[in-house]
Design a protein around this ligand. Sequence first.
Ligand code: G
Ligand code: G
Ligand code: MN
Ligand code: NA
Length: 256
Amino acid sequence: LEMRTQLTEAIEDEQFILQFQPIVEIAEQRVTGVEALVRWQHPTRGLLGPFHFVEAAEENGAIVGIGNWVMREALRQLAEWKAADPGTSLRYISVNVSPRQFRAADFVEQVHTALEQAGARPDWLLLEITESLVLKDAEKVIQDLRALRAMGVRIAIDDFGTGYSSLSYLRQMPVDVLKLDKSFIDDILTSRQQHALVDAIVTLAGNLDLTVVAEGIEEAGQRTALKTMGCHYGQGYHFAKPVWPAEIPALTGSAE
Ligand code: G
Ligand code: G
Ligand code: MN
Ligand code: NA
């Protein structure tokens, strides 16, 4: 079968599943959000990570249906966790949105419908977009980002620093969160230059009222260094790997 057909059938057959990786408030080590990460339970090839199908799905368009399913399922799951534990520290889910999915004419409507179906508040949802999305058709994209933020949905730039956007450019962008790419975090303990760069980004982001999430934290020392810089949120194997939904309640504490 053609890949596009396989992926479309996989949506219908409910072969996609989600893992979730905690996003942690660094000072308190409290889980305040989780990022949804899609996997494909392939009928013959077993469990496949995004590496095996997301790029193809982006090219053939199947990513639109997959991504909208991810958003609906992630919101449904968050609603379930919140209902089971009204005092949970979990405030939001973070969902990756591919450029093609974002550019679909009805994307803002899809978000609206997903929130409504799940009975979710707009601030339960953080949408992760890429720097490249914003650089093409900037006007249309910015208009839609404004519409989403007017609804109360928050926007993050994923893998920040790997693309071409500068901090001065970001000042004009309707976004709330920078997810600072792992490649910036990797060397903060070993390279004074890299440490200085991340320190400067965190300070500038703070002055622009942007929240920083440091990605790919693998060591306690990195966590401590980021905390000292004033970076409030982190994600990475040091805190938790992506896990199945049933494992999340044990990782999230109460809100107080
Ligand atoms: O944990 P991990 O191997 O899941 O993720 C690999 C890559 O796949 C990451 O870059 C991540 O952003 C991407 N990814 C994971 N889930 C989704 C999704 O639902 N939609 C899109 N577009 N990308 C995803
Ligand atoms: O591109 P995006 O940031 O959405 O990708 C998330 C990816 O990063 C997932 O594949 C996830 O499994 C991976 N990841 C998360 N934390 C760590 C980490 O601490 N180390 C490494 N190597 N990968 C991580
Ligand atoms: Mn991401
Ligand atoms: Na990232």
